[in-house]
Design a protein around this ligand. Structure first.
Ligand code: FAD
Length: 306
């Protein structure tokens, strides 16, 4: 084995630390659920501006006692603020050193960060009347919350449908904010789907891959957003693109399970739940096979006569 050059180890450590050259200070930590969802407010503590787009994230670094330097990306929960404050929605894992540390950080704790990084989720203006359909699981709702606030605040009138998958009734939070948005903006609606609901639950039931496909009357003219569990994002992306939705209209952010490979039997079951009456869904093809003769394929090429 090659001897370890202590200078290169020190260099690498220095480089890693210096990549997180920005500073922020924790303002508050709110525990939103007994199941480990926290909302953390912070403010930039260096002399540089913080400008970002909804959907982007910061990589936060902290020196966790007994563990050492840890860093992870976290999406912005709010649109950018003039006073350089920002918020994050974080799922705490008792065995996860950084999320646990952040959830216990008292006000004034200094954090190192870099970014913002990642793609903006803002749809392009030339989307015209396209509807936005968002599927989030768990804290995957965070970038959508920033995006919805940003779009509605700019007077965007597109229909926005948010579907939020959670496991238990105890995971539910943020309903005050979401109800207020839905009441103030008729073009925004949201629904929660519980995969392990109590008997008296009146909302959607099952994983979002189960509960949402039967609610989408059409798939065309929509931009899809998928965020949270990488398994959900991958399965929905495959299902939607197999049914003809152009991949450029599917935006995803995988928080974990990023390398998940969809099981073909699961995919068959998910696709079978779609009832959309347009493009290539199996349901639509049964209803009107001739319509598809003049449809275009996912690359925009005509696939039939006409
Ligand atoms: C682009 C991007 C944006 C992200 N934004 C957010 C965010 O806004 N809020 C947030 O809480 N997390 C977000 N994450 C996940 C986050 O970066 C960390 O993975 C998480 O906080 C765990 O870090 P840790 O050090 O506490 O635990 P680790 O030791 O790194 O992870 C503990 C275990 O938890 C799993 N895990 C990580 N996140 C989840 C989750 N949400 N649900 C279930 N299991 C999970 C990991 O795969 C691992 O097995 C994002 C990830 C990416 C790639």
């Amino acid at each position: 084995m090659d001897p370890v050059d202590p200078r290169s180890v020190a260099d690498r450590m220095w480089q890693q630390e210096s990549r997180f050259g920005r500073r922020a200070e924790v303002l508050f930590v709110d525990r939103l659920t007994p199941t480990g969802t926290v909302r953390i407010g912070a403010r930039v503590a260096d002399d540089r501006p913080l400008d970002y787009s909804p959907g982007q994230f910061l990589a936060i670094q902290a020196d966790v006692p007994g563990v050492g330097l840890q860093h992870s990306p976290y999406c912005m929960f709010l649109p950018p603020a003039a006073d350089r404050s920002f918020e994050m929605l974080i799922r705490v894992f008792p065995e996860g050193p950084l999320s646990h540390y952040l959830a216990s950080a008292p006000p004034g704790t200094e954090l190192a960060f870099r970014g913002p990084s990642g793609r903006s989720m803002r749809p392009k203006d030339d989307d015209g009347g396209a509807e936005l359909v968002m599927l989030a699981t768990g804290v995957g709702i965070s970038p959508f919350h920033a995006l919805v606030l940003d779009l509605l605040g700019r007077g965007d009138t597109r229909r926005i449908r948010l579907f939020w998958g959670l496991r238990l009734a105890e995971d539910i939070c943020l309903t005050g904010e979401l109800d207020a948005l839905a009441a103030a903006y008729p073009n925004f609606t949201y629904e929660i789907s519980l995969s392990q609901p109590p008997d008296d639950w009146t909302g959607l039931r099952g994983r979002v891959t189960e509960s949402v496909p039967p609610l989408l009357e059409t798939l065309g003219g929509k931009r899809f957003y998928l965020s949270g569990n990488g398994a959900m994002a991958e399965e929905m992306e495959i299902a939607l693109s197999d049914m003809g939705v152009d991949r450029t209209l599917i935006h995803q952010e995988r928080f974990f399970n990023a390398r998940h490979r969809a099981d073909p039997a699961d995919m068959e079951a998910i696709v079978a739940r779609f009832v959309a009456t347009d493009i290539y869904s199996p349901h639509a093809q049964q209803q009107a096979p001739l319509l598809f003769a003049i449809e275009r394929d996912i690359h925009g090429r005509k696939v039939g006569p006409g």
